[in-house]
Unconditional design. Structure first.
Length: 572
């Protein structure tokens, strides 16, 4: 490809709407352009990257017995209503009606429709196991699309679905796809970690996320320093911690104390000269319209995913201040769990272990000190409700190791669904004994467009993208220092042709631009190898070869270029 024919409209300035580095660089490198909020056009360079990622995914899915198909994006409402998810997805689902006023949606995922397809075609256990996958666009009406391709409303995804006759078969299918995912992200040249995760609206008991490690990642991962435990903080279990000595004593007497203008945990702790761990904070949530009070130690953070899963609610949000004041008779900052009427109260397991505590008095400007949890106030049930954090004891090896944290970007998610969809959609097969049984299912997703963005978040510098060789749009760019020098252009064109004939993906930057501009664009776009043809080529037959990742640069005889480049690509 000649640069004069390549649609790669690079930008010098960082677009104002781009918040994260992948968004900035994809725009600046001329790879994507915004069509609407969360909706992007992929220009040729980006599309080449996406094709390469898709091909790696396709090869690994085929290797484990996956069969590729294509399912419709437009799906009838009734199949989602049958599974119970029409309302679960809520406003995140794009909904539409046809001219006959029948309801449809744009597929955010395809569990329902693949289950019905298999129900129609597969009748016997002899046809199992079955692994079916597709690579296509998905649609989710995100409340706040942001970060470019990281959280969009239209995105490219690979989704695979497994159908087995029993749980043993599901475990085997899950293991095979898990291993295939590991190979996919290794072949894409990415550093990743596999973590336990929350199933969300997809459902299922066992599930794992593949997270590309990057400081800019939107998800926090905790992992054990001693064992192999790793989890998204949304899912991470919290082992009971040691209770601070001052929160254990039982000899204190409860007293009402004045705390004027003191509202937050930190303010109360400072005012009373105590630790936040001695305070019980009362949080009010609205769960599907019902008000719930949640008790948490002052130095801990609520895990809303855990809370929503315990409550089995579709909509969870903090209760409005006026609703809290109506229930407690007090403004927020002074609310507490004593004397609450007709409100469900849930406590984190750490609250139950406190000997004494400070709580809000449900009276503006006052708190109670010396309160005994479980005696002076009670709760309906206690659960693990807090967010795990670095330094916590590991819940898996029971504190032999401590949790550490890193940030990551979710690029893959695996779920063991069991019979969640096959039962609700009456999808059955005939087993060895002639009995009708529901399919045992799994589903497995890879965000193809998200993987491209994640690769940039993990591989870049101040000058632009540093593509892993396996997914780079082109491997080599050949740059003549002066396109007006006919001899330089002749040598550059000959080298370009030799590389093409050797099967190497190469761009000849034949634009009438200064060399500095071409070098900047080469770094911005992220070609793994840059070859410069200049005066030395004319005088002593060498070119300068520069490696984008290491920035190493060396002079090389022209006749050695093809062999060196070919070896570099094979070894990368």
């Amino acid at each position: 490809m000649r640069a004069t024919s390549l649609l790669a409209p690079t930008l010098r300035e960082i677009p104002s709407e781009a918040e994260v580095i992948s968004h900035q660089l994809l725009l600046r490198a001329g790879m994507i352009r915004k069509t609407a909020a969360g909706v992007y056009s992929y220009l040729p360079l980006a599309w080449r990257v996406l094709i390469k990622i898709s091909q790696i995914v396709r090869e690994e899915m085929n290797m484990v017995g996956g069969q590729e198909l294509m399912l419709p994006i437009i799906q009838p409402a009734e199949i989602w209503q049958s599974s119970g998810r029409w309302d679960v997805y809520g406003d995140e689902m794009f909904r539409l009606k046809d001219r006959h006023h029948r309801s449809f949606c744009l597929g955010p995922t395809h569990e329902e429709i693949i289950t019905l397809q298999v129900k129609q075609e597969v009748k016997s256990y002899k046809q199992l196991p079955l692994l079916l996958y597709q690579i296509q666009n998905k649609y989710r009406d995100e409340r706040r699309p942001r970060f470019g391709l990281m959280r969009g409303r239209e995105f490219i995804m690979k989704d695979l679905y497994s159908f087995d006759k029993d749980t043993e078969g599901l475990a085997l299918s899950y293991q095979r796809v898990y291993a295939a995912y590991s190979r996919v992200f290794k072949r894409c040249g990415l550093a990743y970690r596999v973590v336990e995760a929350d199933a969300g609206a997809i459902g299922g008991s066992v599930n794992h996320e593949f997270m590309v490690l990057a400081q800019s990642g939107e998800a926090e991962i905790v992992f054990c320093s001693h064992c192999d435990y790793a989890a998204n903080v949304e899912r991470a279990e919290s082992l009971s911690t040691s209770i601070p000595e001052e929160a254990r004593g039982m000899g204190q007497v409860m007293e009402l104390i004045s705390t004027p203008g003191v509202r937050t945990v930190d303010e109360v702790a400072l005012y009373l000269q105590i630790s936040p761990s001695q305070i019980v904070k009362t949080l009010f949530y609205e769960a599907d319209g019902e008000i719930i009070a949640v008790l948490l130690r002052g130095d801990h953070i609520i895990n809303e995913v855990k809370l929503a899963n315990i409550l089995q609610c579709r909509d969870l949000r903090m209760a409005a201040d006026d609703r809290v004041a109506q229930i407690t008779g007090s403004p927020t900052g002074y609310v507490g769990p004593m004397h609450l009427r007709e409100v469900r109260i849930l406590a984190d397991q750490e609250v139950a272990r406190m000997g004494v505590a400070v709580i809000g008095a449900n009276r503006e400007g006052f708190h109670y000190r010396g309160v005994k949890p479980g005696i002076d106030f009670q709760w309906e049930a206690e659960h693990d409700l807090r967010l795990a954090q670095a330094g916590d004891a590991c819940p898996r090896c029971q504190g032999q190791g401590n949790l550490e944290s890193v940030r990551g970007i979710e690029v893959g998610h695996l779920f063991q669904l069991g019979t969640k969809y096959s039962s609700s959609l009456d999808a059955t097969f005939t087993d060895e004994n002639g009995q009708q049984r529901p399919f045992i299912m799994g589903c497995y997703g890879i965000g193809v467009s998200r993987t491209m963005a994640a690769a940039i978040e993990q591989n870049h510098d101040e000058n632009g993208i540093i593509w892993p060789v396996s997914i780079a749009p082109y491997h080599v760019v050949v740059i003549p220092v002066s396109s007006k020098d006919s001899l330089q252009m002749d040598h550059a064109t000959s080298l370009y042709q030799w590389l093409l004939e050797a099967g190497i993906e190469v761009v000849l930057d034949d634009r009438d631009e200064r060399a500095g501009v071409k070098f900047m664009d080469a770094d911005l776009i992220g070609y793994p190898i840059r070859i410069t043809v200049g005066k030395k080529t004319l005088t002593n037959g060498t070119v300068d070869i520069r490696y984008r990742k290491t920035k190493d640069e060396t002079a090389l005889p022209v006749e050695d270029v093809v062999g060196v480049v070919r070896k570099f690509i094979r070894s990368s």
